[in-house]
Design a protein around this ligand. Structure first.
Ligand SMILES: Nc1ncnc2c1ncn2[C@@H]1O[C@H](COP(=O)(O)OP(=O)(O)OP(=O)(O)O)[C@@H](O)[C@H]1O
Length: 301
């Protein structure tokens, strides 16, 4: 069952189309990746899902129902730009937000203490936002999004500005929420996070959904164009094999070989075996980053 369903959603600002006929479904307990270069229409899509702006066409349904006053209770949001008041105490701010989204003061306080404990910062309860580092403010922003236990969670660049330890902490939390049945719409420029977290994705390009489907199925649509080769000694002549377009010697040893046709892989293996002992031979599937660059035509980092 899907908890969030977009059908042919359109948004225009004047004569500029920001989102053009976007359809997607996020299932219960699923993390769905929304990708695209700057200005592709991701934030506009998320703002429509949150009911902050309205579509000019198409429909958005939550658990099968249209937008209603209930929305603020079932949806949680981590805005890309931080929306917390610097002078207000963390506990007061989070409690206010949780109550705004339908929680009692008592339940809100319980949830706030749980999350501060979970993120190993119980002492922030009494701190003001401005006293915290940027990364720790981001963590409080994350708590603000989940404090009221939303069914649908919208995460726009949720891990930006965090150190690697905190990225892991938040990733684990997102997976935990997924396992508890939360539907998560996840937007990021970090392809490795999408590879790790998302089952289905949409890549948007200039307002249009250009690639959609499960990561696995999308990857199978693209040819395997790289061979990773590990050998005990040097191998010569790889670059002379037909359809080999580039040979890169890797820092950690071995070769990464770009091919324009999969037939070259067999010959690479033969030549390598004639000259050395082959320790590793892998015909690599394309990374999401490679697919993104191919489709969108620019680096996404
Ligand atoms: N309020 C607005 N008024 C006019 N144009 C807007 C408005 N909001 C967004 N746009 C335009 O809509 C397009 C999509 O913007 P959006 O912010 O959704 O992109 P994005 O994919 O989130 O980009 P980024 O990765 O940079 O956050 C852009 O061309 C943007 O300039």
């Amino acid at each position: 069952m899907e908890s969030l369903k977009l059908e042919k959603v359109i948004k225009q600002f004047g004569d500029k189309t920001a989102v053009n006929e976007l359809s997607l479904e996020v299932g219960v307990g699923e993390i769905y990746g929304l990708l695209g270069a700057n200005g592709a229409g991701k934030t506009t899509t998320m703002r429509m899902v949150l009911g902050l702006i309205y579509p000019d066409g198409g429909s958005i349904r939550y658990n099968g129902k249209p937008h209603s006053d209930e929305l603020r209770q079932i949806v949680g949001y981590l805005p890309e730009e931080r929306g917390l008041y610097p002078k207000v105490k963390v506990s007061e701010q989070l409690s206010y937000l949780a109550q705004l989204r339908g929680m009692s003061r008592k339940d809100a306080d319980k949830s706030i203490r749980y999350w501060l404990e979970r993120f190993e910062v119980p002492e922030y309860y009494e701190k003001r936002i401005e006293e915290l580092s940027k990364g720790n403010q981001q963590k409080i922003g994350f708590i603000a999004a989940v404090v009221h236990k939303p069914q649908i969670l919208i995460l726009d660049e949720a891990f930006s500005g965090l150190d690697p330890v905190n990225v892991e902490l938040l990733k684990a939390t997102v997976k935990e929420l997924r396992d508890q049945g939360t539907s998560i719409l996840f937007s990021t420029h970090r392809m490795e996070h999408v590879e790790e977290l998302c089952r289905n994705i949409t890549i948007m390009h200039r307002s249009n959904p250009i690639v959609q489907g499960s990561l696995k199925e999308i990857k199978s649509r693209y040819p395997r164009e790289q061979v990773a080769l590990g050998t005990t000694s040097e191998v010569t002549g790889l670059e002379n094999i037909p359809c080999v377009t580039k040979v890169t010697i890797q820092e950690q040893g071995g070769y990464l070989i770009n091919i324009s046709d999969v037939s070259a892989a067999q010959q690479i293996l033969q030549i390598a075996m004639q000259q050395s002992v082959v320790e590793k031979f892998e015909l690599k599937e394309p990374t999401l980053n490679q697919i993104f660059i191919k489709e969108v035509g620019e680096s996404h980092e």
